[in-house]
Write a protein that binds this ligand. Structure first.
Ligand code: 0K2
Ligand code: SF4
Length: 325
């Protein structure tokens, strides 16, 4: 399916400097979610059903399918006697409720940092505040977070324009939460617009963009400052990966998303002296290595690491899987 295009002589042998962003790739929530599926297959045996792509990466999904995971869109596609895992992006309350009603065994792989936002939504609601959700319509995390409370109790704000036009019933009783994988800069513009219009919007102190999203954007910004092109390894439905493309382009650097080496447009690479590489939080390192190898096949490539943060976050798996090795 992924044929590497043949290398023509004209494309080879020039020098190229590769700047490899660090941090890049898997975050603690993705590591944990993949581990949950693997451990669930060990514990329950195949097939283990997974509602939605466990993380937004085809290579990861196909790897798990090969060991017995079956991916479905909705719970009603899962037989009641089969175990099911919920994806890292989180699910509306109705999903575990339905699983319980059908007496299903389920394991929730929602990232703990997404679950934290779910709990904030509940807290704001019980304090009587109307909640603004800053995020992208239709994204599973947004569906999951907005699905923590009754429909209509939250309003979605996607842009500064939405923040300008939102009409509050009671401006004194407003709170906001955000998707964890947004652009830090774009979100700051939305939040400052809301704070200007609603000075009593004091809660929370900070948006909910997670450490991994923030760190990957800082690292790619540093890379984009020095590079002629940036390759972002990730999937088109991966919000955090798409943001890395945007952040690079905002720094004036041409950037492209590729799922793996076979997607690289070599005509676009041609002429670059310095090429940046990063990977979204759901993109495995093996695909980064594949891209570097493809560059090395065509250029005299020298790889330099651009480090802007060290990460040591690890999340535990749920108690139901903790004794499986
Ligand atoms: O960035 P997205 O939320 O679209 O999701 P993935 O690409 O699967 O990355 C993992 C993040 C999941 C939750 O925040
Ligand atoms: Fe969790 Fe952030 Fe990774 Fe999403 S990107 S899974 S919120 S650590």
């Amino acid at each position: 399916m992924y044929d590497i295009k043949p290398v023509s002589a004209a494309e080879t042998n020039s020098d190229i400097r590769i700047l490899l962003a660090n941090p890049r790739g898997f975050c603690a929530g993705v590591d944990r979610a993949i581990k949950i599926v693997e451990l669930a297959i060990k514990k329950f045996g195949a097939p283990v059903y997974v509602r939605h792509e466990i993380v937004h990466n085809r290579y990861v999904v196909e790897g798990l399918e090969a060991i017995g995971a079956v991916f479905v869109d909705e719970l009603d596609e899962v037989p009641a006697d089969a175990p099911v895992v919920f994806s890292a992006h989180g699910v509306p309350k109705s999903v575990p409720a339905e699983a319980e009603k059908r007496k299903m065994v389920y394991v929730d792989a929602t990232c703990p940092l997404v679950s934290k936002v779910h709990r904030a939504v509940e807290r704001h609601q019980s304090s009587g505040r109307h909640i603004l959700m800053i995020g992208h319509e239709g994204h599973p995390e947004v569906i999951g977070t907005m699905g923590q409370i009754a429909e209509g109790s939250m309003s979605l704000i996607e842009t500064v324009e939405d923040a300008e036009s939102f009409m509050a019933d009671d401006p004194a009783e407003l709170a906001y939460v955000t998707q964890t994988t947004l652009s830090v800069e774009d979100t700051a513009d939305i939040v400052s617009t809301l704070e200007r219009r609603f000075p009593e919007l004091t809660n929370p102190k900070k948006e909910d963009i997670c450490y991994a999203t923030t760190n990957r954007q800082v690292a790619v910004k540093e890379v984009a400052k020095q590079a002629d092109r940036v390759i972002v390894i990730g999937a088109p439905n991966s919000s955090n990966s798409m943001r890395l493309v945007e952040v690079s382009e905002k720094r004036g650097c041409s950037a492209r998303l590729v799922q793996r080496a076979a997607d690289i447009d070599w005509a676009w690479v041609k002429g670059a002296k310095t090429i940046g590489i990063t990977a979204g939080a759901s993109a495995p390192e093996v695909l980064v290595e594949e891209v570097i190898e493809a560059l090395k096949e065509r250029y005299n490539a020298n790889v330099e690491l651009v480090t802007t943060a060290e990460e040591n976050v690890v999340f535990k798996v749920p108690p139901i899987l903790k004794d499986i090795t």
